[in-house]
Design a protein around this ligand. Structure first.
Ligand code: SF4
Ligand code: SF4
Length: 315
């Protein structure tokens, strides 16, 4: 029995995009980065939150009266969405009631504390479907913001011969990271930019710790690594940056790279959270031809490079 908990905002069964085979992906809340293109902005805050779902909202404005904190206001124009004050919602003790008070399901609570045992129950239930080398992937947010939880969860998975993977930005102190890696079969490891200043501008943090940790995983652990690079036009997609990334990957002994074309699928969630989309709305997905040029840069270093590969929503 374990009392350790983490804030889980989704558990997705039958996933085929978060590592090898058929997997169950557990999404934990909280991230130390704030990437401008993040497709899961609801994952970033370390507390449970409320998201408004405009596609099901019928603009009845019942929420304005049932919120006792005054955190929902009428819009300027009737027929527009109600306006939520999310700074108040994240500290509100009535989120569960609030979620159910909207008859249309247009208010969703994001984030529920779950124990290791509760998550294990889901994993063991799904285990018969983990075909073709499948297993569990823990994603986020940044899963390593919950290192003790992860260590215990993965240890139990390995006791049950279940393959373990993390999707990580790598921004965590090594003394928290290393104990988790003892039970991690595969790290899907994001490298977003090789230049520290550009990395900071795009994600809010510099990249030194991320690159140091990646090098240490390769040198000091048995965890398999796949490096994943989100390709964001105008942000990190120059030939120079891709070449620098390929050189670094080769130097540390990495074998496999997945390049993930930018998409706008998370854009609507920013509206639901009352936030602006930080990257701007004009950025288009890279063309197939451009992705092939980037793939060839990595292949020219003798690296295996796949377009898409195993994908994470916020990469
Ligand atoms: S969120 Fe729900 S309660 Fe609020 S206006 Fe929309 S449908 Fe009505
Ligand atoms: S979560 Fe709390 S503060 Fe936010 S709208 Fe619901 S009742 Fe109001």
């Amino acid at each position: 029995m374990s009392d350790l908990t983490a804030l889980v905002f989704n558990i997705q069964g039958f996933s085929i995009q978060d590592g090898p085979g058929v997997r169950t992906t557990v999404f934990l809340k909280g991230c130390p980065l704030s990437c401008q293109w993040c497709a899961n902005p609801e994952s970033q805050v370390f507390r449970s939150d409320i998201i408004h779902v405009p596609s099901t909202c019928v603009h009845c404005y019942r929420c304005v009266s049932f919120c006792t904190k005054g955190a929902v206001k009428l819009p300027d124009k009737i027929g527009d969405n109600p306006v939520f004050d999310h700074d108040t919602c994240v500290t509100c003790e009535n989120q569960d009631v609030c979620e159910h008070a909207c008859y249309e399901g247009a208010i969703e609570k994001v984030g529920k504390p779950m124990t290791v045992d509760e998550v294990m129950d889901v994993i063991l239930h799904d285990e018969p479907f983990f075909s073709n080398g499948g297993g569990i992937t823990v994603s986020g947010g940044e899963p390593l913001m919950h290192p003790e939880f992860l260590e215990e969860l993965f240890s139990e998975c390995q006791e049950n011969y279940i393959h373990t993977a993390i999707e990580t930005c790598g921004y965590v102190a090594w003394d928290k990271f290393e104990p988790v890696l003892r039970y991690t079969d595969l790290a899907l490891y994001d490298v977003k930019h090789m230049d520290p200043a550009a990395h900071k501008e795009l994600t809010g943090v510099s990249n030194e710790l991320i690159l140091d940790n990646l090098r240490r995983i390769m040198d000091e652990t048995n965890t398999e690594v796949i490096i994943r690079i989100p390709v964001i036009p105008g942000a990190n997609d120059t030939n120079e940056n891709m070449d620098a990334t390929a050189r670094f990957a080769k130097e540390i002994g990495a074998r496999e790279i997945h390049i993930l074309p930018y998409h706008r699928m998370g854009m609507g969630k920013y509206t639901g959270l009352g936030r602006e989309y930080p990257l701007g709305e004009d950025v288009e997905s890279p063309s197939d031809e451009r992705m092939e040029v980037i793939r060839d840069i990595f292949r020219s270093y003798g690296l295996i490079c796949k377009i898409g590969g195993t994908e994470k929503g916020d990469s």
